[in-house]
Design a protein around this ligand. Sequence first.
Ligand SMILES: Nc1ncnc2c1ncn2[C@@H]1O[C@H](COP(=O)(O)OP(=O)(O)OP(=O)(O)O)[C@@H](O)[C@H]1O
Ligand SMILES: [Mg+2]
Length: 565
Amino acid sequence: MAKKRKLQKAPSLRNARNPRSEASGRRKALLSERVRVPARRNARRFLRKLYRGNQRKKAVKKEAKIEAGSGKDREIEKYEVTADGITAGITITENGGEKRYNVKIQDFSFITKALLAEIRNSIVSEVLVSSTEVLDPTALEGLKKKFREKAEQLITEKVPLIKSATTNLLVGRLMQEMLGLDRIEFLLADIDLEEIVLTSVGEPIRVFHKKYGWTVTNIHPKSEEEIINFSNIIARRVGRQITTLNPLLDAHLTTGDRANAVLYPISTKGNTITIRKFRRDPWTITDLIKNGSCTADVFALLWLAIEYEMTILFSGGTATGKTTFLNVCMPFIPINHRIVSIEDTRELLLPETLYWAPLVTRQPNPEGKGEVTMLDLLVNSLRMRPDRIIVGEIRRQREAEVLFEAMHTGHSVYATLHADTAAETISRLTHPPINVPPNLLDAVNLNVVLFRDRKKGIRRVLQVAELIVDENKVTPNILYRFKPSEDKIIEHAKSLKFYDEITRYTGMSFQEITKDLSERKVILMWMVKSNIRSIGEISRVMTLYYSDRKKLLDAANKNRKLSSL
Ligand SMILES: Nc1ncnc2c1ncn2[C@@H]1O[C@H](COP(=O)(O)OP(=O)(O)OP(=O)(O)O)[C@@H](O)[C@H]1O
Ligand SMILES: [Mg+2]
């Protein structure tokens, strides 16, 4: 080996040092100077690829070992998920505190794989796809249909006696590979997953499991190109593009899940995709009381506040459940109130009985045209005669200014904000980049702060606060707070402002407000007891409440069935 290297290097060294061939040496040096940069770049690229390849191989080897059962993996749960008509087995294992999420998909024989490859090639060459079909998200369904029909036709031509179940299996797999996110489709289909993260080719896909938290899967991206391809598929589905010049993408999948992609080298480890899964069956008031996230007392207060058009801000850190909590509270809005919601990506899901106009922002196209910002929508929403305005997230000064202007002109606003406590809500709002003048915070009636205990995997209402404005100083008055030692949400301080405001709006005395709150609590507890939890059922309860409160209260007191009303 060493000998070989010497022999290769020798001629160039001799030439460079030989005074008689100085001219040719210089020429060569110049030449090599010219090629050195790309050569070095190529070498670096080669080494990087090799390194990533090795990383992937190592990770895959480790995986194979675990699957073969050579480790001390203990199986803790086993279930199945179905995507595109194909069932995959999911096994959750544990080894020394580390949990793993293993997906087992039916493996095809060598011959079947060859058949699938042949069909794939035929589809690519035979099915004509127009550029609008590729870029227009609404044309995707038509394109899928075309591919499916062609695949079915080719399979039955090549294997005439094939069973229809096998055809479905093969077609499903082809669709996942050609138009979908391949094996990630199984992760998307698992309702127990909250988040799916692809970091680079060197790392396995990680998922956040509702019961087990972050777990490592046995699925590895095949290459960086595959991750870029997935990003492109996601982008195309929403009519956007992700390129080296435009390497960030925030989008919604057709399933309603939210996806974010960042390309290399902006994401320094490699191309990365984060998918926040949208709950197919949204959380409701009943669910959040049942799982301890909130109490009937707190919901009764929020219900009263929402009925009487008060403004509420929902704060919390990342993924603490701000948007979920906001969404859960929206059925409290009386049915004939006009609601306009503004979001970057569609996450809210309100009952159909509500009078709701959902708006979403749009990013500019590759030529920088067609952008619709949150500020554009906010200004526009005020011309839509809304009673209630819902804003996905307050981030910048201009948006906040318009929003507070809306509050001061009599609209009730519900919005989320990144802040860990009520005190931080005040600080975030009154300092750059939001910078709202402190005296304007008087328009905020309540601030609900959400909290997530990562270790225990629980989410709780941390605080419910009023914001007390005294000249230019704002302080929170905490009405309810979470007591971690008892895992309870307890009353903390007496209200200084909220009840006065309710009295001003409604003319109710303090005693009447207290009675009103306890009646709402009876209804909420009845909903929990009778498991009235779907969004349809909740909306029915609210419709009844606003049309015949007495009848509903009577039913709750007598523990009658919702269906009998
Ligand atoms: N009270 C809750 N109990 C259990 N799970 C919850 C609860 N609230 C939210 N979740 C789950 O937590 C995840 C994050 O929720 P959500 O998107 O509402 O958080 P967020 O604070 O708005 O996040 P972001 O900071 O990204 O805007 C979702 O998968 C959701 O289903
Ligand atoms: Mg959110």
